[in-house]
Ligand binder design. Sequence first.
Ligand code: SAH
Ligand code: SF4
Ligand code: F3S
Length: 488
Amino acid sequence: MPSEYSSYMETGNKVIDETAQGSTTIIEPTVQGKRKLYIESYGCQMNFSDSEIVASILSKEGFNTTNSLQEADVVFVNTCSIREKAEQTVRQRLRSFQKAKKEKPEMIIGVLGCMAERLKSKFLEEEKLVDIVVGPDAYRDLPNLVQQVDEGKKAVNVILSKEETYADISPVRLLSNGVSAFISITRGCDNMCTFCVVPFTRGRERSRNPVTIINEAKELFSKGYKEVTLLGQNVDSYLWYGKEGLKKNYTNLSDEEKAKSMNFAQLMEQVALISPQLRVRFSTSHPKDITDEFLHVMAKYDNICKYIHLPFQSGNTRILEVMNRGYTREWYMNRIDKIKEIMPDCSISADIIAGFCSETEEEHQDTLSLMEYVKYDFAYMFKYSERPNTQAQKRLKDDVNEEDKSRRLAEIVALQRKHSLEANQKYVGRTFEVLVEKVSKKSDNELAGRTSQNTVVVFPKENHKVGDYVQVKVNACTGGTLLGKAIS
Ligand code: SAH
Ligand code: SF4
Ligand code: F3S
């Protein structure tokens, strides 16, 4: 969420704020005698989306979800390894479960997701109270693993798959406002950015069958949802060619595969065509892969939200090379120019890493000057955190001292605060279509929603409700939020 970028930076974790407020909901009225599952999710949207798959798999085994830890028979933490701090947060959380387990010794505690994949069975040695360790591709095995624990054993499955996309599983929507939902379109990542742990925790990239994606979006729309976000570590490299499996380049496809193939631009168009009343978002785009074809599809459909999250990590070409990002500063600037040319009203956000291995002061200045060039609406900003077994950890030195890293990050954050405020000030006086997502945190008489550009707007409720599209005239702003009033 745009208004929360500073807290992301503090927690070092994209969606952790939501978890802090309790991440589970009851999926159906509690039935006496059913076992209860409590899931807490950390990390990126993919993890939140995976928790919904886990809830679905276990609901078939007679589990209801609960948002009360004390009530739970099974407690799962879906974990993130992206930065050290993300892992520390999970460990602290596991410690705090100790009390609950003492009061209820039969409670099963499981670790899912990226940290489970990274640490594998070591987790069982390090965290004695953990009973189950399951990697992101092994969730279908959960009923069996829970049964093993019921029989008094510890259970581990961290096998990564080259095919698994959970395409046929209809997620149980946790944390849902009934308005917006996530749909995973790819799993894994083949990019091997040198700083990044994701290729090791999530495995090879695979694309999900488009028929199942489109059906899931249609079903959500028929249930009253108004917004879907297509998810992948690099959505632009989505490529379906007739079967689940490892990614191939378009040029390597056989004629038969080419005939069946669908790229991200084509998939997006199909989802946008479901209904003009269904907003479509996507995350994350990759500067090396985002195509003009896709930008033109975006521009063509009003219901494809005019917002692109385009992480650049560093504004310096040498550092980008050391990061193995696959583009230069100039290439990135060209992509920005193209977005602004095709969609002048498109907002752009980024991820930025401060103090990567060998980054000099001048190279850091290049990051600041690129920020000046683009003027992002908002950004997620991080200090480089060395991750075990990544290329950077094996081949490079984490040699920017802590003090410089912190100062560079602070400079990046200060500049972004200024740009965010300027971006919001530009919106004052304009009218936007806002999709209402919730009642405002601050007042029951106010609603909160987002513009197509992904900016949060708060306005007096009057006779509007969650799920409505409302024309709102913006009359004031803060660095993170627009304030306005509905117009008839
Ligand atoms: N697939 C997305 C990013 C997923 S991870 C992409 O490539 O854009 C989210 C963000 O975490 C990254 O964009 C990066 O800015 C940050 N990140 C990843 N590894 C990191 C590390 N070792 N230290 C600090 N930040 C990191
Ligand atoms: Fe990590 Fe790079 Fe893949 Fe993003 S594209 S998940 S940063 S390896
Ligand atoms: Fe974290 Fe794994 Fe996502 S490391 S950012 S939860 S892919």
